[in-house]
Design a protein around this ligand. Structure first.
Ligand code: ADP
Ligand code: MG
Length: 243
């Protein structure tokens, strides 16, 4: 397992007058096993900060540690993380089982039996074991999202990164999957970074909130702290704090 340390991380896109500072000197300590929600309006830098932790984007300045390892120079595959996005990115021509086992077959030396075992137990955990022979096109949006989560679990990652994973689902399924993600995270105890612009998800899902605006860290605290003791007008307005 692993915590995450973000030290003075800045990300600038472009150069000179045209440049955009997407993440502005953000520092943050995330404890091993913690569920942290990055929240803020569209364009506030949530995805960029997460993509830097994932190794999909290189920061302009600053350091990221996962556990004790400085990961600045490591690509995504070397970082021991699993990601879940809003477009589930399942392979349409593969069965659920093949979607879930593909990554392990490519990247580990596990035997086929071991892989089958892992896929089966992840599928049971996500309640999709009856769908293993189906293809993604035969599944509902909610079921596809369960497969995407199952595929993340089979890799036994130290860190889950989820970027607006529920935003394509209808309201009822969103509620169901919020509970499901929280259950999964606490059962596995995996350090989780979760990006959302949804106030309900922010208030209900995480141990702590990281509130961003224009790439600036506005406040870090429990949902109740941020709601009842907002650091500034922006946080109060965004979370709808009582005035
Ligand atoms: P959020 O996820 O909070 O909506 P993003 O991290 O996607 O915000 O974007 C933060 C800022 O960085 C925005 O102004 C966005 O336009 C800009 N940005 C993000 N990715 C790129 C990129 N690849 N090239 C240029 N600008 C980008
Ligand atoms: Mg985003």
């Amino acid at each position: 397992m692993a915590g995450i340390t973000i030290d003075d991380v800045t990300k600038e896109f472009g150069e000179g007058e045209e440049s955009i500072v997407a993440v502005d000197d953000v520092s943050l300590d995330i404890t091993d096993g913690e569920f942290v929600v990055f929240v803020g309006p569209s364009g506030s830098g949530k995805s960029t900060l997460m993509r830097i932790v994932a190794g999909l984007e290189t920061q302009t300045a600053g350091d990221v540690h996962i556990g004790d390892t400085l990961v600045n120079q490591l690509g995504p595959r070397a970082r021991d993380i699993a990601m879940v996005f809003q477009n589930y990115a399942l392979y349409p021509n593969m069965t659920v089982e093949e979607n879930m086992s593909f990554g392990l077959k490519m990247s580990t030396e596990m035997s086929d039996d071991e892989i089958e075992q892992k896929v089966r137990s992840a599928a049971e955990m996500m309640d999709i074991d009856m769908l293993l022979d189906n293809t993604p096109g035969e599944l509902s949006g909610g079921q596809q999202q369960r497969v995407a989560l199952g595929r993340a679990i089979v890799r036994d990652p130290n860190v889950f990164l989820m970027d607006e994973p529920l935003s394509n689902l209808d309201a009822k399924l969103r509620t169901e999957m919020r509970t499901e993600i929280n259950r999964l995270q606490s059962e596995l105890g995996v350090t989780t970074l979760y990006v959302t612009h949804d106030q309900t998800e922010a208030m209900t899902m995480g141990d702590r909130l990281v509130v961003l605006n224009h790439g600036d860290l506005q406040q870090v605290g429990t949902p109740l702290e941020c709601f009842y003791r907002p650091a500034n007008r922006f946080v109060a307005g965004f979370l709808g704090s009582p005035s």
